[in-house]
Design a protein around this ligand. Structure first.
Ligand SMILES: *[C@@H]1O[C@H](CO)[C@@H](O)[C@H](O)[C@H]1NC(C)=O
Ligand SMILES: *[C@@H]1O[C@H](CO)[C@@H](O)[C@H](O)[C@H]1NC(C)=O
Ligand SMILES: *[C@@H]1O[C@H](CO)[C@@H](O)[C@H](O)[C@H]1NC(C)=O
Ligand SMILES: *[C@@H]1O[C@H](CO)[C@@H](O)[C@H](O)[C@H]1NC(C)=O
Ligand SMILES: *[C@@H]1O[C@H](CO)[C@@H](O)[C@H](O)[C@H]1NC(C)=O
Ligand SMILES: *[C@@H]1O[C@H](CO)[C@@H](O)[C@H](O)[C@H]1NC(C)=O
Ligand SMILES: *[C@@H]1O[C@H](CO)[C@@H](O)[C@H](O)[C@H]1NC(C)=O
Ligand SMILES: CC(=O)N[C@H]1CO[C@H](CO)[C@@H](O)[C@@H]1O
Length: 439
């Protein structure tokens, strides 16, 4: 609070309002007259709200990056009967009440400036209209300064399905940096496609580097099994399959993976999207989250009762897990808006590493919360129907990298946050740093 107070008058007001009230509560005179305390509090609250709403009409009294927009939630709490004023009831599209042209940075809380820094801009770094080449499984390999990622498996513009594999691509961030330095606008850096082993079918999730390799989960394709694989990041991309069944039964379609910090144990999600997107048979296992210890070969379930478990992430201390449930999206079976679009927070049991004490962390207002990443300040990022949404560790939405279209994943690099947006990739040169995903 103290630091923010210097920069942000609004937070100063909050802080001084709270201070005043708590000082008065300690005053014996007022303590013996609770009604007066309450009255004082009401007066202060009204003054505070009036101050805020007066202030809300003018521009914010803190410096926002060029092109970014501050959306004060207090201005949009009441819409009345015209519910289509700022958006329609459709799941897609986003809350863009200032009608700003995407992409742009949307700030809901001044603390988002600690994420963006003062100079952040969203710039296109690669695009291929009509081909969803940049879907998920981003892995940044610092030694090569390269990001690896997969194309869309089975979805719109993925050109993959029961008969066609998706592809893994890579983009060289050194080339991205050089291209961006040569202009102020967007660039289109060549993406290279990797020639991978046939055992790698429909890569959908990734993390690492894991002991120097890329760690992928695949959804499988047709009767070829979903799997966990490690792939050397340099040609000829030597590949080892670590797991492709649960005691002889194929998984449904593995979606995402993270390694528990401080261990080499892998945790992964197994929803039904392979079947829902017509490239895998009907599910034969519950839709749940597993733990795999590659040193013993032991695999077991750590969380269940999801509609569709999807993205997964841990805090760096390994004590907290986040898993998204994207049940609202049933692929070819359509959308049911009463189902979850929710990130759940769990405690990781220190002994068993099972996930316990499930609680909702964030319900997203647009699309589904797909992949999840964390920064070193404890903020949580997820790819949603309108771009990347960012919450602080309490689950308060503090800002968005607003694209007005779906992003499934993102990854921190030395150059900033790389955002995968299906047929395009963006780089935002934010000052926040990602947590270390190296094992
Ligand atoms: C956002 O996307 C929606 C749905 O695709 C579209 O109708 C709308 O015009 C877009 N808004 C902006 C500001 O681009
Ligand atoms: C922000 O951009 C301005 C103008 O390009 C530059 O002078 C300044 O050093 C930049 N600040 C940071 C923190 O990068
Ligand atoms: C599979 O790949 C072939 C050859 O690239 C392409 O012509 C076809 O459209 C693809 N099929 C699907 C379902 O995308
Ligand atoms: C990335 O690009 C730089 C500059 O062209 C080049 O020196 C480097 O070898 C490239 N890295 C990879 C892994 O291709
Ligand atoms: C993949 O294989 C093709 C043909 O075999 C080759 O031309 C291409 O350079 C290879 N790509 C990579 C990234 O190794
Ligand atoms: C990749 O596999 C080939 C053939 O088995 C082997 O000769 C080579 O040493 C391997 N490379 C790495 C980096 O493991
Ligand atoms: C949507 O999901 C809810 C909860 O599972 C279910 O009760 C309802 O029938 C579904 N609605 C439709 C239209 O499928
Ligand atoms: C924000 C927005 O897109 N509103 C539209 C919702 O749909 C109605 C009816 O089609 C339009 O008039 C609004 O502009």
């Amino acid at each position: 609070m103290q630091n923010k107070c210097k920069d942000i008058a609004k937070l100063c007001l909050t802080a001084s309002g709270e201070d005043t009230v708590s000082t008065q509560k300690q005053d014996p005179f007022l303590t013996s007259y609770p009604a007066m305390v309450a009255a004082t509090f009401v007066v202060l609250t009204i003054a505070f709200v009036v101050a805020l709403s007066t202030n809300a009409q003018s521009s914010p009294d803190f410096t926002i990056p060029p092109g970014a927009v501050y959306v004060n939630p207090l201005e949009y709490n009441v819409v009345g009967a015209d519910y289509t004023q700022w958006r329609n009831s459709s799941l897609v599209g986003g809350f863009n009440p200032t009608n700003t042209t995407p992409p742009f940075i949307q700030i809901f809380d001044p603390s988002f400036l600690e994420v963006t820094g003062t100079n952040a801009t969203i710039r296109l770094i690669a695009s291929h209209p009509g081909f969803a080449f940049a879907h998920e499984a981003p892995i940044y390999v610092p030694d090569l300064n390269v990001v690896f990622f997969s194309s869309n498996g089975g979805g719109t513009l993925g050109y993959s399905g029961w008969y066609n594999n998706s592809v893994v691509g890579m983009i060289n961030m050194t080339e991205v940096d050089m291209a961006l330095a040569s202009t102020t606008g967007d660039v289109n850096v060549q993406v290279q496609t990797l020639n991978l082993s046939d055992t790698v079918q429909m890569v959908n999730g990734g993390t690492g580097p894991y002991k120097g390799d890329l760690l992928f989960v695949t959804s499988g394709r047709a009767l070829q099994p979903p799997s966990i694989v490690v792939v050397n990041p340099s040609a000829p991309y030597n590949t080892t399959v670590l797991l492709d069944n649960f005691f002889g039964r194929q998984f449904n379609s593995l979606n995402d993976v993270k390694v528990l910090p401080g261990t080499d144990i892998m945790f992964f999600t197994d929803p039904a999207y392979g079947w829902l997107n017509s490239f895998r048979p009907e599910p034969m296992l519950p839709l749940q989250v597993y733990r795999f210890d590659p040193s013993t070969g032991q695999v077991r379930v750590v969380a269940d009762q999801f509609v569709q478990p999807n993205g997964i992430a841990f805090t760096p201390d390994g004590k907290t897990a986040f898993v998204s449930d994207t049940g609202v999206n049933s692929g070819k079976a359509g959308v049911n808006q009463t189902l979850p679009a929710t990130i759940y927070r769990f405690d990781v049991d220190p002994t068993t590493q099972s996930f316990k004490n499930r609680s909702p962390f964030a319900y997203v207002d647009s699309g589904i919360p797909d992949g999840i990443q964390l920064d070193t300040m404890g903020n949580v990022y997820s790819g949603c129907g309108d771009g990347i949404q960012v919450w602080n560790s309490d689950g308060t939405l503090i800002g968005k990298f607003f694209l007005n279209s779906t992003s499934a994943e993102m990854i921190f690099t030395k150059s900033g946050l790389v955002i995968l947006r299906e047929d395009a990739m963006y780089l935002v040169n934010i000052q926040a740093q990602g947590i270390d995903l190296t094992t």
